[in-house]
Design a protein. Structure first.
Length: 319
C-alpha cells in the first residue's frame, strides 16, 4: 500500500476508529441462537469466534467472520466451521440488509473458515461469486475429504451431506471488487500461514481483514512456511491499517503491535528449532525440550508442539 493510498484509508477509517474506541456494541439486539455481530465501522460487521479448537466443544464457531455492505451488494468474508454457522451468518446478513450477497471471500483453506460456504451457494451453483487465492482450489481438493470425514466424526452423521464449495474467482496477485460505492482490495500472499492466504482491505473504512495471517490470543498455527510467514508478517507491519481484523481474537486499532507480538512468537520458534538442529536433537527431543512461549497465548498445549514439528521439518533442510 503506497503512502497516498494509506493516507486515504486512514482518513476514511476515522469514524470507524471512533466507534471502536467507544467500545464494542452489537449491531442489533441478539436473540438466542443468533450469530453475534459487532459493527466496527459503518457498514462493516464482524462475528468474533471463540478462542478454541475447531470441534464439537466449540460448535465449530472459532473463526472471525466479516460482512461488508455496499450500495449495490454485500461481501461476506469467511463463513465459519459448519454449514449451520454459515446459515446463521446468512440470516445475520438478512437482518442487516436486503441487498444480495455478491461476493463470498475465503481467506484460506482451513475448515473453520470455509465450511459455511455451502449455506450461501446451492448445489446448482446459484449464489454469490466465491473468491479465493489462486491456490485455494487445489488446497481444498486435497484437504476437503479430510474435513468432511472430521465433520461426521466430531459432529455426527447428520453432517454426511456437507460439501466443499471452492472459489470460482481466483486472485493471483491482487484484485479489486466493487460493492457499489465501496471497494474491497484483495491481496494474494506467498506461502505464509498456509499456501493460499488472502487479505481483504475495505478501502472506505480502512478495515483490513487478515484471516489467519494474524492471530491474537489464540496461539499462531504454522501450516505453510515459517520463514514465509515471518516475511509476510514483517511486510504487513509496515502497511498497518486503521482497523485490523485477525482470523482469531479481537479486532484491533493496533494492528502493527499485534503483528509484532505474533512475530516474536514465530521468531522465537525459529531460533529455538535452529538451535535444536545445531545441537543434533531429534524431532522427538526438539518437541519435548522446546519451551512454550512466555507470551500469554491461549491453546499452547494444543498447537505449540505441532508448530515445533512443522518448523523442524522446514528448517532441517534450509541452506
Amino acid at each position: 500500500m503506497n503512502p497516498r493510498t494509506l493516507g486515504r484509508v486512514r482518513r476514511a477509517g476515522l469514524l470507524g476508529l471512533a466507534m471502536l474506541w467507544a467500545g464494542w456494541t452489537p449491531a442489533h439486539g441478539q436473540a438466542e441462537g443468533e450469530l453475534s455481530l459487532r459493527e466496527i465501522a459503518p457498514g462493516v460487521h464482524v462475528h468474533v469466534g471463540a478462542v478454541d479448537e475447531w470441534g464439537v466443544a466449540s460448535g465449530g464457531d472459532v473463526a472471525n467472520l466479516g460482512i461488508v455492505i455496499g450500495e449495490r451488494c454485500v461481501a461476506v468474508i469467511d463463513t465459519g466451521g459448519t454449514a449451520a454457522i454459515g446459515q446463521a451468518l446468512k440470516a445475520a446478513v438478512r437482518r442487516l440488509t436486503a441487498l444480495p450477497v455478491c461476493y463470498l471471500i475465503n481467506t484460506h483453506a482451513h475448515p473453520d473458515h470455509v465450511l459455511g460456504n455451502e449455506a450461501f451457494v446451492d448445489p446448482s451453483g446459484k449464489g454469490p461469486q466465491v473468491v479465493g487465492h489462486h491456490r485455494l482450489p487445489a488446497a481444498l481438493q486435497v484437504r476437503g475429504p479430510f474435513y468432511l470425514k472430521a465433520l461426521i466424526r466430531d459432529f455426527g452423521p447428520d453432517q454426511s451431506s456437507a460439501r466443499i464449495v471452492p472459489p470460482s474467482l481466483l486472485v493471483t496477485s491482487s484484485l479489486e471488487v466493487d460493492l457499489g460505492e465501496r471497494r474491497l482490495r484483495l491481496q494474494a500472499w506467498p506461502t505464509a500461514h498456509t499456501d493460499a492466504d488472502l487479505s481483504v482491505l475495505d478501502v472506505q473504512s480502512g478495515t483490513l481483514f487478515l484471516g489467519d495471517l494474524l492471530f491474537r490470543d489464540h496461539t499462531p498455527v504454522v501450516d505453510g512456511r515459517l520463514r514465509g510467514w515471518l516475511a509476510v508478517t514483517a511486510q504487513l507491519r509496515t502497511e498497518a491499517a486503521p482497523l485490523t481484523v485477525p482470523g482469531h481474537g479481537q479486532p484491533t486499532t493496533e494492528g502493527a503491535a499485534a503483528l509484532q507480538v505474533q512475530q516474536r512468537y514465530l521468531e522465537t520458534l525459529q531460533a529455538d528449532v535452529r538451535a535444536a538442529l545445531k545441537a543434533g536433537w531429534t524431532l522427538s527431543q526438539t518437541v519435548q525440550r522446546t519451551p512454550p512461549s512466555s507470551e500469554p497465548w491461549q491453546l499452547l498445549d494444543a498447537f505449540h508442539a505441532r508448530n515445533v514439528t512443522a518448523a523442524y521439518a522446514e528448517l532441517e533442510w534450509e541452506d
